[in-house]
Design a protein around this ligand. Structure first.
Ligand SMILES: [Zn+2]
Length: 537
């Protein structure tokens, strides 16, 4: 007797090959048969007539490391069909911590207010996550920011020999505990303070475990080619797979993905193991302080705030942005500041003092506060202890599609697992946490027909699993884990937007994770059937 039978679905298996009409049988969490199963008897049956049946979506780039500790059910992820997520991106992960203090990097600490951090390494973190139960399967990279801060704080300098040893040891421990690789955030302190040799050294450590190196690169504007080159240099120098996260260029390099991908093609033909991904939105989101030159973050937030209080340093910070823009490091969004595009940058989250300004552009915030928008950014950073998040419109759909259609390109949310209540629903964060994949499927696939459904699903499933070496998921195949999404291709779409970012998507009927219903008939279930996917060397 089969546990579950999904009948009459239009099955897209995740390989990119054409859909077929078939039934799927599931027992003990795994797919046991695919085909004409009309004679199979099952405890539970789902009629998937008129629906697409696909592997669960694999989101290779999330920042759910800490939000999962507050809300293990991961409702915003499950509701959009995500069954596996890879956390620990952009140089920031849940572990290692320094003295039980998480490294937040570009994340918003206000978002996880009240969280008690009682773990140091991944082993403890995974155990705690497992104990409370987790809504999706979770794998994680180890963040270079965590490692550098734990070894040497926020200092803007090269590590000493003993600090480098410490960083190697922490990286090794993280990999032993099951991290899938190393991520860097070279736009976020202390990432910009690290040079190539340090990254190669740490790359060699993860190489011993077959880990992947992923990077939020040093520059996404004028210097993007060199910054991508640096990722490739780390990969080649350490002999590891290298991956450029959200490789979308900002002004004045809009459209540069065509050249970047051509270069990548040449390298890949010569055997260089490099890939990339992109977020399906033209609006990005990150910490407000990344509008500042990285040198101003030397020593951490307290040192930054002291500099913002000092009139001479404050002028120097402003002058750096106005003279160099993103060229001197930090977020690509610094070029919007340089160009005076204040209507394209808005406040995403803030503490109580400026809560009323969230969702407003800095052009408007400047008017309301009767000050220059650049001054408003610096003052709000002081008033909110450097924590706020911003959103900014600064990349193109053309660049997204160039990456999405490329054989080495993945598609990511860059979001968090959230729930639309309590602390995780405060502010106006990016709607991608609730909507990235349904938005991609509605906007680019159903409406623009930019790719076939089979190609699109392949990117969200089989392609992602292959790149991150998740051997037993990402496809609908006999013997693999039953991570499955059933949706209506005519209906699937986002309901969250920038005004109402915390709305669940529509058109998804069922989500199964390890054979257990996480979403049934459109209703979220508290099944917490996700697993921790520890990397096996
Ligand atoms: Zn990210």
């Amino acid at each position: 007797m089969t546990d579950l039978l999904i009948r009459h679905g239009r099955v897209i298996d995740g390989t990119g090959t054409p859909a077929i009409d078939a039934d799927i049988a599931i027992t003990d969490g795994r797919i046991t048969a695919i085909g004409d199963l009309r004679l199979t008897r099952a405890t539970d049956t789902i009629d998937a007539s008129g629906r697409m049946v696909t592997p669960g979506f694999i989101d290779i780039h999330t920042h759910s490391d800490l939000t999962l500790m507050l809300e293990g059910r991961a409702p915003s992820s499950v509701a959009q069909g995500i069954t596996t997520q890879i956390a620990g991106n952009c140089g920031v992960s849940a572990a290692p911590t320094r003295d039980f203090e998480p490294y937040y990097g570009p994340l918003d600490p206000a978002m996880t207010r009240g969280l008690v951090c009682d773990w140091t390494g991944f082993d403890d973190y995974f155990q705690r996550l497992q104990q409370q139960g987790v809504g999706t399967n979770v794998a994680t990279l180890v963040g270079h920011g965590n490692i550098r801060v734990a070894a040497m704080g926020y200092d803007d300098r090269a590590p000493t020999a003993s600090e480098m040893d410490r960083m190697r040891a922490l990286t090794q421990q993280a990999m032993q505990d099951g991290a899938v690789g190393l991520s860097t955030g070279l736009a976020y302190a202390p990432g910009p303070f690290a040079q190539l040799d340090e990254l190669i050294e740490l790359g060699k450590v993860i190489g011993e475990f077959g880990g992947i190196y992923t990077s939020h690169i040093r520059n996404q504007t004028e210097g993007i080619a060199d910054a991508v080159g640096e990722v490739i240099a780390v990969g080649e120098g350490a002999g590891i797979a290298a991956h450029v996260s959200h490789m979308q260029p900002g002004s004045p390099m809009i459209g540069a993905t065509a050249d970047l991908l051509r270069t990548m093609d040449d390298l890949r033909r010569r055997g260089v193991d490099v890939s990339c991904d992109a977020i399906p939105y033209t609006v990005g989101s990150t910490t407000l302080k990344s509008l500042l030159p990285p040198w101003s973050l030397d020593g951490g937030d307290e040192a930054l705030i002291a500099r913002l209080h000092d009139p001479i340093m404050r002028d120097k910070i402003k002058a750096d942005t106005m003279t160099h823009g993103a060229e001197s490091g930090g977020s690509r969004k610094r070029n919007l500041v340089k160009d005076g595009d204040w209507e394209k940058i808005w406040l995403g989250s803030s503490g109580p003092a400026n809560e009323h300004l969230t969702g407003k552009s800095f052009a408007e915030i400047g008017r309301l506060r009767q000050q220059d928008p650049h001054e408003a950014v610096l003052d709000i950073l002081i008033e909110e202890e450097a924590r706020p998040w911003m959103l900014a419109e600064d990349v193109s759909e053309e660049d997204f599609l160039n990456i999405a259609r490329h054989e080495a390109g993945g598609i990511i949310s860059d979001g968090f697992s959230l729930i639309p209540e309590g602390v995780l629903a405060e502010g106006k964060h990016h709607p991608r946490s609730y909507a990235a994949f349904p938005y991609f499927l509605r906007h680019f696939i159903r409406e623009q027909q930019a790719m076939t459904w089979e190609q699109a699903i392949h990117k969200l499933t089989g392609h992602a699993a292959t790149r991150f070496r998740i051997a037993d998921r990402g496809l609908l195949r006999e013997g693999l884990w039953a991570d499955i999404v059933i949706f209506d291709a005519e209906q699937i779409g986002e309901q969250a937007d920038f005004d109402q970012p915390y709305r669940f998507p529509r058109g998804i009927d069922h989500v199964f994770i390890n054979g257990v219903a996480a979403l049934r008939d459109g209703q979220l279930q508290d099944s917490r059937s996700g697993r921790i996917l520890r990397h096996a060397a």
